[in-house]
Design a protein around this ligand. Structure first.
Ligand code: ZN
Length: 271
């Protein structure tokens, strides 16, 4: 199977410059590789990451990815061209997506966002949470940096309780004034059951050596480290507070320990 343009030499060399400084190259294709009207075909696991995974770093299964569970193709977006790496995680049974811009393999300090799925915020631009804004800001940051990885984690609705339960918690928030923590607890549900193992496994598969994690949540840093990924730095991802999301942001700061210094002027007691 033919490797993508420009990738074969770099990857076949198997980390030719291990000490090279972090430098992303935004690959912009001058032509559309597909004829008009053609649909993109996934390359299965014959893509560049798979090739690298079979090299010095061991087999794909060693890296947490079975052969049939990964497919990747270019994904042209309004922000630029990403490498879309879809993968099925055998542990949680979910299908997730990593969007890769530039080179990630054997790189230190790769800008990474682990984004938990939020259908209402990400797709429908709901304003009661800041998820959609964080998703957009993360992609912007990766483009501005010239490279990075966004891992879109499905099955993470409502910090893992699911979409129906999340919407049910919204009722308690709207009608009883409970915050995001108490509304989940009142439903007999856990506050946060998200598993970041799939993100760690795809980062390992991609060959990322260390990350700069776009997040306000210290728990994400420790979770990623517990799965063997080196987090060199946490990069704040601060979304301005609005009348709609202020209560949610304050609960994240005051109940969940998120680092949100820009809320200093807001009074959590009245939130
Ligand atoms: Zn959300």
């Amino acid at each position: 199977m033919r490797p993508p343009d420009g990738m074969a030499e770099r990857l076949d060399a198997d980390h030719p410059h291990p000490a090279a400084p972090l430098r992303f190259r935004h690959r912009v294709r001058g032509r559309n590789p597909l004829p008009s009207g053609a649909t993109a075909r996934t390359r299965g696991t014959d893509g560049p990451h798979a090739r690298g995974a079979r090299g010095r770093g061991g087999t794909m299964r060693d890296r947490g990815m079975a052969h049939d569970d990964v497919a990747e193709a270019d994904l042209v977006t309004r922000r630029g061209t990403f490498r879309a790496v879809a993968f099925r995680d055998r542990t949680d049974g979910q299908e997730h997506l990593a969007l890769v811009m530039g080179e990630a393999r054997a790189r230190e300090g790769v800008l990474v966002r682990m984004h938990s799925e939020c259908l209402t915020g990400d797709v429908f631009a709901a304003t009661r949470c800041e998820c959609g804004d964080q998703l957009g800001a993360s992609l912007d940051a990766i483009v501005d940096a010239g490279g990075g990885v966004l891992v879109y984690l499905r099955g993470h609705e409502g910090r893992g309780i699911g979409l129906v339960a999340k919407v049910r918690s919204h009722i308690l928030q709207d009608e009883q004034g409970l915050d995001t923590v108490d509304s989940a607890t009142a439903l007999g549900l856990p506050v946060d059951v998200r598993d970041y193992g799939p993100a760690a496994r795809v980062l390992a598969y991609l060959g990322v050596r260390s990350v700069r994690l776009l997040s306000n949540n210290p728990d994400k840093v420790s979770a990623l480290r517990s799965h063997g990924i080196d987090v060199a730095e946490r990069v704040p991802l601060l979304v301005p507070a609005t009348d709609d999301n202020a209560r949610y942001l304050l609960a994240k700061r005051d109940r969940l320990g998120h680092d949100l210094p820009h809320l200093g002027h807001l009074d959590g007691a009245n939130g």
